[in-house]
Design a binder for this molecule. Sequence first.
Ligand code: FA5
Length: 340
Amino acid sequence: MNQKLKLLEQEAKDAIRGVSTIAKLREVNSLYLGSKSPLREIMKTIKDLTNEEKKEVGMEINRFKAMITEEVEIKEKQIQEDLIQRRLETEEIDVTLSGTSFPKGSIHPLTAITEEIEDIFIGMGYKIAEGPEIELDTYNFEMLNLPQGHPAREMHDSFYINPNVLLRTHTSPVQVRTMLEEKGKFLKIICPGRVYRRDNDDATHSHQFMQIEGLVIGTVVSMSDLKGTLSELAKKMFGENREIRFRPSFFPFTEPSVEVDVTCFKCNGKGCSLCKNTGWIEILGAGMVHPNVLKMAGYDPDIYQGFAFGMGIERVAMLRYEIDDIRVFYTNDVRFLKQF
Ligand code: FA5
């Protein structure tokens, strides 16, 4: 029996050493260790041996199996190393071949305009504040002097999550949040962000758009500071040539209030469908912070004054890039986005 195993061992070793591919090696492995191998035949005859012989032959069989497994592993490693070596010797890398080009994205025009406006205000000493898009009725309306039932709430019809929680309709709640947080400190902040309204979509209106809020609080802050700041912004954004105008308006959270318009880029102020024949496109609302708003946020209106504004980023981007339909900002058409 042992003699048979010795012969088989020699035969298997020769077979393993003779192969040069992994596939062939697997074949040889199963030929000598698989279910149809001569080893199995030998194992079947064990039952006829004495206990002493069984023990001896069993040990020989185990040694045989371990030896074959080891030989196969060594051979496999060797074949793989040979393969790598052959590839290294034969393959050439042509460094002059052109590479795979990756399509490059670009910054969305609304992000670009937001960053530009941020830079202008940071240059004037403003800090950037943030607030949540899911807002409490208290901050979005109540503390901005818009109590339940106030008719001006109707212009901000919104998406409600429950009667006290809604998608913010403007960035003005950040005014309240910042004043409450800073507790009586002087403030100079802007806050860019997304806002939502149940507006009907048209060329200049969307139900979801972006605003930049601005708030300055101090002890000597006047309407002329507001005018100066916004005129400076308009010149930097649109150039000296485009005209801007301040028009009296109403917001419950500012008094007095204004709206700021820029001459329509499409008709240059003559009147067209884009500007609804007025020659002007409104970009922001602004005013002096209402005493009630100051009081509710813990600022004594007899000591503190401030101005605030809220600007539509899409409107600014439309004027800047001469885009005549707000909806193109949201449709993700690569032909449009590629131009920026
Ligand atoms: C407000 O939202 C006030 N919170 C602004 C404000 C802040 C006034 C601080 C005073 C003090 P208004 O609803 O007018 O105001 O919106 C401000 C700007 O957002 C508009 O001038 C316009 O540029 C833009 N805007 C308003 N509605 C839409 C809309 N549906 N789609 C796109 N832009 C809009």
